[in-house]
Structures are given as C-alpha cells and as structure tokens.
Design a protein around this ligand. Structure first.
Ligand code: PLP
Length: 272
C-alpha cells in the first residue's frame, strides 16, 4: 500500500455496488482498487450477479430493507470519507441509496452510472433509468462511459472526442457537478479523459489528461476500478485534477499488465 503514508489517516471509502463473483468488476474490483490506491475499502452490496469473463448469467437483487441495514450499520459506526456508487439494479435500490445519501451527506460521492455490461447484459432495469437521472445531482463526480453518457442525455453515442466533450459539458451543466468523460471507447493511439465542470470548480471548464492507449482484451472492470480509485484519491488530494493525474497512469499500468492474469476465456479482468 505505497500510497498510504504513515501517520496520515487512510481514506475510508465505501463502495455501494453489485457483486461480481469472478472478481473482475463490481465490489470486488472496487475493494482491490481502493486498496491499491491507498484507501480502506468497505462494501454494501446492492445486487448479486452470477458472471464470469464471458458474461452475466444471473442477477439477484435482495430486499432493499437489507441494503438499508447494511448502510445503517456502516454509518452508525464509521465515518465514511468517500462513497463510490456502482451497479444499482432497480428503482427501489436507487431510492434507498438516495435516502441514505441525503441523511449521511458523505463529503465525496462518485457515481458510476452502470447500466449495461460490456458483454451486453443489463445491470440496471430499463424502467430505472429515469430514477438514476434523479440521483446524478447528489454526486460530486459522475463517471459515465460513452454509451452511458449518451443514454443519460437521450442522444446517440459520441463517435469522436469533441462530441463526447460537448455531451459531458451539457450533462455537467444539467447536474451542477463534475463529469469525467472517458475516451476508452474511442479508436486512436491516444486515450484522452477529461474532467468537465461548468461552475468554476476546476481551473478550466474542461481539464484533459491524456495517456497512451493500451490495447488489451482484458479490460473487464476498468470503469469500476477507475471510479473507486478516483473516490479514494480525492480524499487524499481534495482536487479532481490531481486525482486523475495520479489515477490515470495507475489504470494504464493495470491494463498493460492484465495479460499476466490468466483468468477466464472471455474479456478478462484488469490487473487492479
Ligand atoms: N458486473 C458488475 C457488478 C458491475 O458493476 C459492472 C460494471 O460496472 C460490470 C459487471 C461490467 O463490467 P465490464 O463492463 O467492465 O465488463
């Protein structure tokens, strides 16, 4: 845990997300990512999935009363420095998470608006997309991939970086917070990411951080890992740009070394 220096309090980061038993995405990815980025990870499970590197074979959403019990057990006892929200499954879960966020008001909230897995399997009921939009203003940072960004705006998916940035600006203006626009789904040798905020929080409305694109089939859990890492880094830096500058090379390395993981025959996990 090289980033957790001695004498400094370790960020206490809670993931509210779904379980991926194959360990590549979801809360399993979040906990590894939080640890790798110097945080103490906690996890309240919203949904259980049955999945491997080839896809999702089942989703089970337990009664929301038990999610409430998990969240209350944490906030009754532990000060949470940052929350990362991932897979929510359905409207009842979203409503429960909203109630808890409004009560506890965590200092840092990162929302990864998970809707559909790379394999094409739905991780959020279609009927819950409107409810998910109402949760966006409660987050400090939203981390949609390009298909999710388009879905949140009700527009076609961006096929170039300029369009993606324009969509990010409009979502940020609508929600009043920061959007992390991610170039991972675009072609090209460079992989840009950008923080977008129209309220003057950043040094410019758009702050871009670019890195070399890593070509690998083993990218399962990249989005989960990135949002959990950003939540953790933000507690240490108090600054989204500094957080992205630190997290981006870490994620590049996680992707570049994912080939040494021999996990499954499909879209393998990143090496968190
Ligand atoms: N499973 C769970 C529980 C997730 O939260 C996510 C993504 O957020 C995925 C699967 C999808 O991961 P990927 O699209 O990287 O395969």
């Amino acid at each position: 845990y090289p980033l957790a220096s001695r004498g400094r309090r370790i960020p206490r980061v809670l993931s509210i997300a779904g379980s991926d038993p194959s360990g590549g995405a979801g809360i399993q990815a979040d906990l590894k990512s939080i640890a790798a980025n110097g945080g103490y990870g906690m996890a309240a499970v919203t949904a259980l999935t049955a999945q491997n590197t080839r896809g999702v074979t089942g989703v089970h959403v337990p009664p929301v009363e038990f999610l409430r019990q998990q969240l209350e057990a944490i906030s009754d006892d532990i000060a949470v420095d940052a929350v990362k929200i991932g897979m929510l499954g359905d409207t009842a879960v979203i409503d429960e998470v909203r109630r808890w966020l409004e009560k506890v008001r965590p200092a840092v909230v990162v929302l990864d608006p998970v809707m559909v897995a790379t394999s094409g399997d739905r991780l959020l009921r279609e009927s819950a997309e409107t409810a998910l939009r109402t949760l966006l203003p409660l987050a400090d940072l939203i981390t949609p991939n390009l298909p999710e960004l388009a879905m949140l705006l009700g527009e076609p998916e961006a096929s170039d970086w300029a369009t993606a940035l324009d969509q990010g600006k409009r979502l940020a203006a609508e929600c009043g917070n920061t959007v992390l626009v991610k170039g991972g789904h675009l072609p090209g040798t460079e992989c840009p990411d950008a923080l977008v905020n129209t309220t003057g929080l950043l040094r410019q409305d758009v702050v871009e951080v670019t890195g070399a694109r890593v070509h690998t089939r083993n990218s399962h859990g990249t989005g989960c890992s990135l949002s959990a890492a950003m939540a953790t880094a933000q507690v240490r830096h108090g600054d989204w740009e500094a957080s992205l500058q630190e997290v981006k090379p870490w994620l590049q390395q996680a992707l570049a070394t994912s080939g040494s993981l021999e996990v499954g025959a499909g879209n393998g996990p990143v090496n968190h």
